[in-house]
Structure formats: C-alpha cells, structure tokens
Ligand binder design. Structure first.
Ligand SMILES: NC(=O)c1ccc[n+]([C@@H]2O[C@H](COP(=O)([O-])OP(=O)(O)OC[C@H]3O[C@@H](n4cnc5c(N)ncnc54)[C@H](O)[C@@H]3O)[C@@H](O)[C@H]2O)c1
Length: 255
C-alpha cells in the first residue's frame, strides 16, 4: 500500500473526503501509510473512496458529518478515537462556494451558510481535534483555504471572506499550539478541476477561458496535485512549518 511511507502509522481525518480535493488527499494519505477517517455529508460517496483504499490494502472508516454542527464534529473525533485509538493529522477540507452575487445583493442565508461551513466548520474541527492530538502527543492540522483568501473575486464576497478567516484561525491556532506539538497550517489551492469548479464553469459563460488566462502555468490544477502538499504538511517532514499559508495556485497570485 505504502508509496514512500510518508504517513506510516498515522491516523488522519479528512473532511469533505467523498470527492474532489478531499478524496484525492485521502487516497494519497492512505497510499502513504495513514489510517483514515473519511468524513463528509454523503456516506455513499465516502464509501466509494473507502472501498478503493481498502482494495489497495489500506484502512479507512467513514463518518457522516456536517462540520457546521458542533455535536456532529465532536462525534467525528470520538469515532476516530474509538476506531483507531489516536489522532495524528487532520485535513479540514470541507467547504462550499455559495451562489455568485455582488456584495450588496448577496443573499443573507447563503452568506451565513458559507460562513457556517467554511469558517465555523474549520473551527469546530480544530476545537475537537486539538485535545485529541494533545492526548496523542501532538499532530498536524491542515486547513483548506484558497488563493481567494488573499485577493477579492467578483461575486464571491462570502467565499473570499470565509477563506481569509480560515487564515486567521490557522495563524492563531498555529501560534497557540505549535509550542505544544501541534502544527497548524493552511493550504491555498488555486482553481482546481473538481465538481465545485465544474459547476461554476457550467453556469458562467466564458469562465473557463478567463480562469485559464489568469493562470501563469496555463492550465487548471488537478485534485491530485493539491493532495501532494497536504500529505507533506501532515507528515513529520514539514516539521518547521507553523501557522503558514501554503499557496499552490500555478502562479495566480504572483501575476
Ligand atoms: N476547486 C477549487 O478550485 C478550489 C480552489 C481553492 C480552494 N478550494 C477549497 O477546497 C476544498 C474542497 O473543494 P473541492 O473543489 O474539492 O469541492 P467539492 O465540492 O468537489 O468537494 C467538497 C466536499 O466537501 C463536502 N462538504 C460540503 N459541505 C460540507 C459540510 N457542511 N460538512 C462536511 N462536508 C461538507 C462535500 O460533500 C464534498 O465532498 C473546499 O474547502 C474549497 O473551498 C477549492
């Protein structure tokens, strides 16, 4: 099963693991030797990923969670400890983009939902993962932000605000828990070909072309390319990375 054994013996939770970046990260972490809890809103899609991991010789258990729900998120960590006895790593990846609308017209209910999932969801994950990691002797947390955590984007006020807030949560937790053996970092992917982006590209005419034009590397990312830094950040090889934002965006932000 193990590729390089980067995560051999570690127990890792991935939220939003049923598809897209989360599924790619879960597959890679398993191939690097981690035991996985795959968490997300749809058990069926989580099970598909878990079956692939088990067929390849890995261990994966599935847990249904809405990360905006504190009780359910706490139960996810308890489930992990019951199955694997420890928690060493977490990729807090679950997120939504929300509808597209100018700032003044953004629907309030959608604004609240984006914040609940993307910001409160990350905080919920961390506040239950951190005590479990302290009990296991330390760990590593990777929170999924976005290249849009650093810049604005038309019609995406809630999403941009939520991802900037993920950096605030990450920096603060990095400061607080780095000295206690838990490294908290953020990963900021650029435009990645997942259903989140494909859905937007299907709605907004010309979006794909304009996104491609904005990418110095001349193409969009594949989820597997975003998974690589996740595995590294969860591993002991990133031992000096604390509270940082790792941008993996094909050069979008430096253009
Ligand atoms: N695709 C991109 O271009 C891109 C770019 C930058 C950042 N991101 C971020 O990467 C992460 C993954 O995005 P993706 O593109 O793979 O999206 P996706 O829509 O393909 O997958 C998101 C996953 O999160 C799960 N999820 C959604 N709400 C949830 C909730 N409340 N509780 C638990 N699980 C929930 C979904 O079920 C799904 O499995 C998100 O945080 C997203 O904001 C994506």
């Amino acid at each position: 099963m193990s590729d390089t054994g980067l995560l051999r013996g570690k127990v890792v939770i991935v939220t939003g693991a049923g598809k897209g970046i989360g599924a790619a990260a879960a597959r890679l972490c398993a191939s690097e030797g981690a035991n996985l809890v795959l968490a997300g809103t749809t058990l069926q899609s989580l099970e598909v990923v878990a079956q692939e991991i088990r067929r390849a010789g890995g261990r994966a258990e599935c847990f249904r969670v809405d990360v905006s729900d504190a009780d359910a998120t706490s139960a996810m960590v308890v489930f992990c400890l019951e199955h694997f006895g420890q928690l060493d790593g977490a990729f807090n990846n679950a997120g939504i983009d929300g509808p597209l609308a100018p700032t003044a017209d953004y629907p309030e209910a959608d604004f609240d939902r984006v914040m609940d999932v993307n910001v409160k969801g990350v905080w919920n994950c961390m506040r239950f993962q951190i005590p479990a990691m302290l009990a296991s002797g330390g760990g590593a947390i990777v929170n999924c932000a976005s290249s849009l955590s650093e810049v604005g984007q038309y019609n995406m006020a809630a999403y941009c605000a939520s991802k900037a807030a993920v950096l605030g949560l990450t920096r603060t937790a990095g400061l607080e828990y780095g000295p206690r053996g838990i490294r908290v970092n953020a990963l900021s992917p650029g435009v990645t070909e997942t259903s989140m982006m494909k859905d937007q590209m299907a709605i907004v005419e010309g979006l794909r072309d304009s996104l491609l034009q904005a990418e110095p590397i001349g193409r969009l990312a594949q989820p597997e390319e975003i998974a690589q830094p996740v595995a590294w950040l969860l591993s002991d090889r990133s031992s000096y990375a604390v509270g940082a934002n790792f941008v993996v965006d094909g050069g979008y932000l430096v253009k």
